[in-house]
Design a protein around this ligand. Structure first.
Ligand code: GLN
Length: 285
């Protein structure tokens, strides 16, 4: 079998672009190379691996898990079924976090916390884009944390990893900026049964009846872990902007900001820790 035949066969099961990605991955080549070598014979072992990958993709497995990687903010991150697949809209959260770090420029080494780091795409990117920041990444899943650690090491980022369910292992610690892309899908949402989400860790996606359980928890607990003037930035669902703004206000956050992603959807909300919240927490600490 030649390459062109293998690709033609795959196209009957999956989109042509995905077929090229999978075959290119197995051969360690890009699309231009495949095009120039369409008439080359395909080694039997590669053909067998390709058939298996195409079958798995045909059955719905996400391309990112089959390739074992996904690009985020210009870098390739290793992904496994233990972690959520990085999404392009999450780059907005990174951009906003970097802007906040520049605003609080008087802090020489801003302390940044990423809650529920998963693949580490947010924390590792922040550590690489802002070398003076001291980044801490936490995740409750040891398997996810191993993936994040691996990404940090491979990409040459210096940051701290902590196995923790939200703030549990961070008693007494404060940060200048807390970011999170927490689970925010409603437990009964039909999207959980569709597309890539079927194969992603449910613990990284679903969060109670309205999808807001973890956001409520994080917003309530964050003031005790923010330095005076510190900020919390959260990614949330396309229809949760109003609810998240209310939760932030109830939790004592001020200067509440909401930001649209490239699709025009309000996707990230945040606020500064209120003076009251901070005093209260200092007193109660
Ligand atoms: N943005 C994801 C989706 O496709 C959800 C990610 C999350 O819950 N943090 O719905």
């Amino acid at each position: 079998m030649i390459l062109a035949e293998a690709l033609a066969w795959a196209r009957s099961l999956i989109p042509a672009a995905e077929a090229r990605l999978l075959l290119g991955h197995l051969l360690g080549r890009n699309g231009a190379w495949l095009e120039a070598h369409r008439d080359d014979p395909l080694p039997a072992a590669v053909a067998a691996s390709f058939e298996a990958l195409v079958a798995r993709r045909g059955a719905g497995e996400p391309v990112a898990y089959l390739l074992g990687q996904r690009e985020f903010y210009g870098r390739d991150f290793t992904v496994t079924p233990d972690v959520l697949i990085p999404r392009p809209e999450t780059e907005l959260l990174v951009d906003l976090a970097l802007a906040k770090v520049r605003e609080v420029g008087q802090i020489s080494a801003p302390r940044i916390l990423d809650l529920g780091t998963g693949s580490g795409c947010i924390a590792v990117t922040l550590a690489l884009e802002c070398a003076r920041a001291a980044v801490t990444a936490v995740d409750a899943s040891p398997a996810a944390l191993a993936v994040a650690r691996d990404n940090g090491a491979r990409l040459g980022a210096k940051l701290e990893f902590v196995a923790s369910s939200w703030f549990v292992e961070l008693a007494g610690r404060r940060f200048d900026l807390i970011v999170s892309n927490p689970p925010y899908v409603a437990a009964g949402d039909r999207h959980l049964g569709e597309g890539d989400l079927r194969f992603e860790p449910l613990s990284a996606l679903a969060s109670g009846a309205d999808g807001l359980d973890d956001i409520r928890h994080i917003a309530a607990a964050a003031p005790a872990h923010l330095a005076p003037g510190g900020w919390l930035l959260l990614e949330h669902g396309y229809d949760q902007a109003e609810a998240v703004a209310a939760i932030l206000a109830q939790s004592g956050f001020v200067e509440i900001e909401q930001h649209r992603d490239l699709a025009g959807v309000i996707r990230v909300s945040g606020g500064a820790v209120g003076a009251a919240g901070n005093e209260f927490n200092t007193c109660s600490a």
